[in-house]
Design a protein around this ligand. Structure first.
Ligand SMILES: *[C@@H]1O[C@H](CO)[C@@H](O)[C@H](O)[C@H]1NC(C)=O
Ligand SMILES: *[C@@H]1O[C@H](CO)[C@@H](O)[C@H](O)[C@H]1NC(C)=O
Ligand SMILES: *[C@@H]1O[C@H](CO)[C@@H](O)[C@H](O)[C@H]1NC(C)=O
Ligand SMILES: *[C@@H]1O[C@H](CO)[C@@H](O)[C@H](O)[C@H]1NC(C)=O
Ligand SMILES: *[C@@H]1O[C@H](CO)[C@@H](O)[C@H](O)[C@H]1NC(C)=O
Length: 763
């Protein structure tokens, strides 16, 4: 946040206020403002407030990342006159540590965007990436290149990550390698690895981080996702073939998940809200697995704010279904104190484990698995080091087994998310558990990104079949946050046709896109058509196999009746050559008269097409939306369909359109169209040229149903797209999908083809 004059007044004022009350404004920000680097304060200028410098992406604050306001009114570290604060470009760790190969170009320093190539000396073969780019978070893209000789070694050469040094060059069974990070880098991952039978190294490849290196959402969701998936699937039932018979084996065991979120960092309500959202997102994800864990959820600072107690879940007093509600409703009544007691959390977890053990008995407790997930910056300032308590937890779960923990190590996972501008990694990392090729320690700058992280995480298979499912972000989202917007409109497709024509479309199954027929011209071939859907596969521009226009579409069909361009039945389907990959950001929309839509609308019993229409278009002014292209991506437009008694006045304006000479609006605007636009009862948005073919849709809770297709309008008010408002006379007409169901059913419901799973149409 840039501190404006008004803001500093506000801060000054709140200082006056807080001096009268119980809190004191200790520090002054005069010197800091002069530096000109943007910053935020976690508790204004009170004692214990953290000043966090904010630099643009690809830059980091130097020399300090943060400053802490101390009781005596000084900042720690103190601003230095002769080395003023600035934003420095991010560097990546030294890649020239490669052994037995060349790195080009050789540079003293490598900055964001710099590319490197790796080549092995003759006789050596390469594993890993032979080309890497320095990324904005100070990491190299791809994986560590390794040049090694085929040899008799039991384990493969484990390589040397950028910025690191390794000791140990023999890779036989039980041989060790040790790593350190050079300069001001610190090590994340295993600093020591041992070669095991089977050619596996223990632990996880280390990486060298700067203090300003954070993991990206993608990295965390991938590695935390795969690690927690391992915990979750160990308890899933499996099919086993015994003799001739396939039998379902259910595993004995219980999974207990303990979650703790440090809220001492900031008194801002938004932070607490983010914490709650993140935990809810995590629980939602976990609930897509067939295991039903017991949860223990707490927030903490110097004290504990319990949300859900695992003992209540074990007793059946709290059900999983109510955990989310408990979280949503949870409030912290008193002001959160600034202290942090990390040991308190582990003691709380340990105590719960002891009670569970007592309740279920020693034998049954052996079948309990425990996953501890903690979000903190690690800056504990009371309660002492949690390390002894963590040792006790390990001891309890590992059953006093002191040697190699391999027999019981599956029963305990401790994950820590280091969150904040200043994370105390050295204290936190040793508290996590280590497993071969699993990462249990993560580093993120803010809690706000966690919700996305968990959204992205874990298998989408469970919800793959759900049309129209989308993420809602109740917080105002940044207009340019495209990744989030894609999750709100995951079915949106951009269509480009030879000759510079642009349309929108909607994904209706993994291969088919619904759009307008008028996007195409006579003579267009599938090769002339490109569909852009970013499913993160090899290419986001998809090849088209074929396209099909509605057989009744005939633009010249009513020239004789005074309509130069007649748009009735303006719908078309595009079939792609390959399936798109369904994910949280790419997923079909629901279309009318399908069983899938009945389910999305939570209609009970046998539902009909008519019933769906009555539910979706029930008022005479029905709120609908459609999309428009913007220079960044796309934006939503809001309109009201004028139905019933409102329709006549709406379509009357069709007569004002160019090329219409008839006196009867019904000639041009048949019953197959929905009419929007105008100023009453509210100013609608109006469609632009490039919006054609896009879905006219309606959200129903977490699901989206397409009602129409954007077809034509009376005025061309916006050639270039964007969210443009209607005037008094401008009107848009959209094909009502309820009127073209036979066409949709013929193709999308075709069950004699093998290209895609047919949709189930209802009567
Ligand atoms: C404020 O207190 C810290 C230790 O708490 C001390 O290092 C520092 O010198 C003090 N500053 C002033 C101006 O007294
Ligand atoms: C490396 O990046 C820096 C900063 O962006 C740039 O000035 C420099 O030209 C780049 N060097 C190479 C070799 O691309
Ligand atoms: C599960 O528990 C039952 C009885 O408690 C036992 O008979 C069975 O062998 C156990 N199964 C496994 C896979 O441990
Ligand atoms: C572990 O050790 C403690 C103290 O030595 C003992 O009380 C406890 O019974 C032991 N637990 C197991 C499972 O052996
Ligand atoms: C359904 O698909 C099959 C196989 O592609 C095709 O032969 C048939 O004509 C299709 N049916 C309709 C109604 O299009």
């Amino acid at each position: 946040m840039r501190l404006s004059v008004e803001w500093s007044w506000f801060v000054a004022l709140s200082c006056l206020l807080c001096m009268g009350g119980e809190v004191q404004c200790a520090c002054s920000d005069e010197d800091i403002k002069r530096e000109g680097v943007e910053y935020t304060l976690t508790r204004q200028l009170e004692k214990g407030s953290m000043l966090v410098y904010n630099c643009p992406e690809g830059f980091y604050p130097f020399p300090a990342l943060t400053r802490m306001c101390q009781a005596n009114g000084s900042w720690r570290p103190a601003p230095r006159r002769f080395s003023p604060q600035k934003c420095k470009p991010v560097e990546c760790p030294d890649p020239t540590v490669l052994e037995n190969g060349n790195v080009s170009p050789p540079q003293e320093k490598y900055f964001v965007g710099n590319e490197t190539m790796y080549e092995c000396y003759s006789g050596y073969t390469m594993r890993g990436s032979n080309q890497r780019v320095c990324l904005k978070n100070g990491k190299w893209s791809g994986s560590t290149p390794v040049c090694s000789r085929d040899s008799e070694n039991a384990c493969p050469d484990p390589g040397i990550p950028a910025g690191a040094s390794r000791t140990g060059n023999i890779f036989g069974i039980d041989d060790k390698v040790k790593y350190t990070c050079n300069g001001n880098l610190f090590l994340v991952g295993s600093s020591e690895r041992v070669c095991k039978e089977g050619g596996q190294w223990t632990g996880q490849e280390p990486a060298c981080y700067y203090r300003h290196t954070y993991d990206t959402i993608q990295e965390v969701s991938e590695s935390f996702g795969s690690a927690i998936r391992n915990s979750l699937t160990t308890l899933e039932s499996t099919d086993d073939i015994q003799g001739e018979k396939r039998i379902r084996l259910s595993k004995n065991g219980t999974l207990n998940i303990y979650i703790a979120v440090d809220v001492s960092e900031s008194i801002e309500a938004i932070y607490f809200l983010d914490a709650k959202k993140a935990v809810i997102a995590l629980i939602e994800k976990i609930s897509s697995f067939s295991v039903t864990p017991n949860y223990h959820i707490v927030f903490f600072s110097s004290e504990i704010f319990p949300v859900v107690d695992i003992l209540d879940m074990l007793d059946g007093k709290v059900q999983l279904s109510s955990v989310k509600k408990e979280l949503k409703d949870f409030k912290i009544s008193d002001q959160i104190t600034a202290g942090t007691d990390l040991n308190l959390i582990f003691s709380n977890f340990l105590e719960r484990m002891a009670i569970i053990e007592q309740q279920v008995g020693k034998e049954a407790f052996k079948e309990h698995r425990h996953a501890l997930i903690i979000f903190t910056d690690g800056a504990y300032n009371m309660g002492g080091s949690p390390a002894p308590t963590v040792a006790q937890i390990k001891n309890k779960v590992y059953m006093n087994y002191t040697g190699e923990t391999s027999t019981r190590e599956d029963y305990l996972d401790i994950y820590i998310f280091g969150i904040g501008a200043e994370v105390f990694d050295d204290d936190l990392q040793p508290l996590t558990t280590t497993k071969a090729n699993e990462k249990h320690y993560f580093r993120m700058k803010g809690l706000d990104r966690l919700q996305d992280t968990f959204d992205e995480m874990i298998d989408e298979d469970a919800v793959k079949g759900l049309c129209g499912l989308h993420k809602d972000y109740d917080r105002v989202i940044d207009k340019d946050d495209i990744e989030r917007k894609k999750k709100m409109y995951p079915w949106l497709a951009f269509i480009y046709i030879e000759g510079g024509r642009k349309c929108l479309g909607s994904l209706v199954n993994s291969k088919m896109i619904l759009t307008a027929a008028h996007c195409f011209r006579f003579g267009d071939k599938p090769d002339d058509v490109k569909v852009e859907i970013d499913d993160r596969m090899d290419r986001k521009v998809k090849k088209v196999k074929t396209f099909i226009l509605h057989p009744n579409y005939n633009i010249k069909g009513k020239v004789d009746e005074g309509v130069d361009e007649f748009y009735d039945y303006d719908v078309a389907l595009i079939q792609l050559e390959k399936d798109v990959k369904i994910s949280i950001s790419v997923r079909p929309i629901c279309i009318p008269c399908t069983q899938e839509t009945s389910e999305a609308l939570q209609m009970v019993g046998k539902s009909t097409c008519k019933a769906q229409e009555q539910l979706l278009l029930k008022t005479q002014l029905e709120e609908l939306n459609f999309m428009t292209r913007t220079d960044k991506w796309a934006a939503e437009k809001n309109v009201r369909a004028k139905l019933g008694d409102n329709r006549g006045d709406c379509i009357r304006h069709a007569l004002e359109a160019k090329g219409i000479k008839t006196k009867n609006p019904e000639v041009a605007v048949t019953d197959n169209f929905l009419c929007t636009g105008g100023l009453t009862p509210q100013r609608d948005h109006i469609a632009c040229t490039g919006d054609s073919g896009g879905a006219v849709f309606k959200h129903h809770h977490q699901r989206t149903v397409q009602i129409g297709v954007v077809s034509w309008g009376t005025k061309n008010k916006c050639e270039g797209g964007g969210v443009v408002e209607s005037d008094d006379a401008s009107r848009d007409f959209h094909i009502n999908l309820f009127r073209v169901v036979p066409f949709l059913k013929q193709y999308l419901g075709n069950d004699t083809q093998n290209d895609f799973e047919p949709l189930q149409f209802v009567d």
